[in-house]
Design a protein around this ligand. Structure first.
Ligand SMILES: Nc1ncnc2c1ncn2[C@@H]1O[C@H](COP(=O)(O)OP(=O)(O)OP(=O)(O)O)[C@@H](O)[C@H]1O
Ligand SMILES: [Mg+2]
Length: 290
């Protein structure tokens, strides 16, 4: 059976994420993207991931297939805490409106999430941003559980290398049984690149995500990758696993999986579009929309 879309042939994880990557657009593309030829029918499943580096809105159809979405860089959240409530709300409102125009449907509900270990009061602030942007937020899911809605790992570690932090989640029999979150992520990559090349953080950020630039940047960021690897190794020493799946935007840096695998001795892989796994999993969690 296809867990993502009961009754349909199972898409591979790779094909699913590639397809999601084609419909979840960067804000600059989203502004001018044409509307879908016809408004989708049926319930919609919406996910909102307010990350330290990226805000992502993902919309799936009833069967869980990616329909549309938008992502943009924004520094309005720090390690799961909303630091600029007004800006977060305004940005999300804009994302919602552009995606609604493309879909020709209103988005009325969204599932959002929180990194494990964030205090309850702060988790509620995330729901308030979603509500202030015009959607109900009936459910908040912890990020690794959301990610595993897409990955469907039975046993192993999900390592989420995002903007601000690295999250480690150990999965046994399909359930997240152990989590940890430590402050090293893509922002540190950008800081090291900016410092080494004498450029601004913004320039480093833009350079870093270009695949063609990564081979020459690799020696600069390798020590940060090794720091991530050391964090992962420490956690899986007490919670052994025989496979690691890397997700989060920073996992897209070429060579990440090899460095983690070399340090931990555990088979490590990265799916396509690793930054979209958690937002898609939030949408998959529910968020049915009339
Ligand atoms: N192709 C790429 N290569 C390298 N780094 C990338 C790439 N794409 C995105 N990133 C980096 O990934 C980070 C964003 O990833 P992600 O969206 O998973 O983080 P986040 O959820 O915003 O942050 P956090 O989970 O720490 O709150 C940024 O630091 C960004 O520069
Ligand atoms: Mg994240």
């Amino acid at each position: 059976m296809n867990a993502l879309s009961p009754g349909l042939p199972a898409p591979s994880l790779e094909a699913y994420l590639q397809q999601a990557g084609e419909v979840i657009l960067h804000r600059s593309q989203s502004e001018t993207a044409p509307a879908l030829p016809a408004a989708p029918s049926g319930d919609l499943r919406v996910g909102v991931d307010l990350g330290t580096a990226y805000l992502v809105l993902a919309v799936l159809d009833e069967a869980g297939r990616p329909l549309a979405g938008e992502w943009q860089f924004a520094q309005v959240v720090k390690d799961g805490l909303i630091v600029d409530y007004i800006a977060a709300t305004d940005l999300l409102k804009g994302m919602k409106e552009r995606v609604e125009r493309r879909l020709q449907r209103e988005l009325t509900r969204a599932v959002s999430g929180y990194p494990p270990g964030v205090p309850r009061a702060e988790v509620r602030a995330t729901a308030h941003v979603v509500q202030a942007a015009g959607m109900d937020c009936p459910e908040l899911v912890d990020e690794p559980t959301a990610a595993n809605n897409i990955l469907r790992l039975q046993n192993g570690a999900i390592v989420d290398v995002g903007g601000g932090t690295t999250g480690i989640a150990v999965v046994r029999d399909g359930q997240v049984v152990y989590t940890a979150d430590e402050p090293t992520g893509g922002t540190h990559f950008s800081l090291v690149i900016a410092g080494s090349l004498g450029i601004s953080f913004e320039e480093a950020e833009a350079l870093k995500i270009q695949p063609a630039q990564q081979p020459r940047l690799f020696p600069l960021v390798r020590p940060v990758m090794e720091k991530v690897a050391a964090i992962v190794k420490r956690h899986i020493t007490s919670h052994p696993v025989d496979q690691i799946t890397l997700i989060g935007g920073t996992s897209a840096f070429q060579g990440m999986a090899a460095v983690i695998e070399e340090w931990t001795g555990v088979k490590t892989s990265v799916p396509p579009r690793p930054a979209l796994v958690t937002p898609l999993g939030m949408a998959m969690q529910g968020g049915r929309d009339e």
